[in-house]
Design a protein around this ligand. Sequence first.
Ligand SMILES: Nc1nc2c(ncn2[C@@H]2O[C@H](COP(=O)(O)OP(=O)(O)OP(=O)(O)O)[C@@H](O)[C@H]2O)c(=O)[nH]1
Ligand SMILES: [Mg+2]
Length: 218
Amino acid sequence: MFCGRYPAHEIYSSGSEGTVRITSAVFHSSAPNLAACPESDLPEFAFIGRSNVGKSSLLNMVTRKEGLAKVSQVPGKTQLINFFTINNAWSLVDLPGYGYAKVGQEQRTGFSVAVAEYLRRRPNLLGTFVLIDCRISPQKLDLEFLGWMVSCQLPFVLVFTKADKLSSKAVQAHCAAFLHAMRPISEEPPDHVVSSSKSGAGRLEILRLIATALGHGG
Ligand SMILES: Nc1nc2c(ncn2[C@@H]2O[C@H](COP(=O)(O)OP(=O)(O)OP(=O)(O)O)[C@@H](O)[C@H]2O)c(=O)[nH]1
Ligand SMILES: [Mg+2]
């Protein structure tokens, strides 16, 4: 489950082993900041992480819709808060990455004020997937961001991306090192998923977490 305190309007239910089947995934709109975000009652799940970690690719992999979110080899591609409507029932949100120095935005611990405002104040945001590149040792910027999430009591799940680029043993070692580095931040080890947008690994786990958060299994 998402780690942290759930929003007051929680519609989470526990115990559902099911998953969600995606029948439609469409781009809805983009917004530069919270005030410009579309009003919505649909439950929302956001993808955040360093620039180039694979947020947009993961969104496309989860929805099985290549090209739905714009992917780029150049960091800093996603600059707006992008909303995608799934099954006309819930939303996935592709956020701009943090840690990209050339972005001319005001920064707060490396991520933009707009992203911070969105994460803290969006009323229908149920949970956030925080993406971590599984190939690299624990990074200060990621740990700082997660510390901020914990201090704001925002629910999140870790997603270790690009697992196809390493042996499974190396992936496990990197995940273990990251979870160890999280110990001073979070009393309980956060839930985590290992993913690859190339192989589709992690897709079902992510959909299962979403189904549980939505309170249904189908
Ligand atoms: N091998 C491999 N490459 C990946 C994976 N996910 C993303 N990539 C590559 O990593 C690069 C960045 O991917 P994006 O999905 O655009 O990353 P992002 O986090 O959305 O980046 P910004 O929008 O710039 O913050 C692209 O070249 C992708 O093809 C993965 O699971 N495996
Ligand atoms: Mg992106």
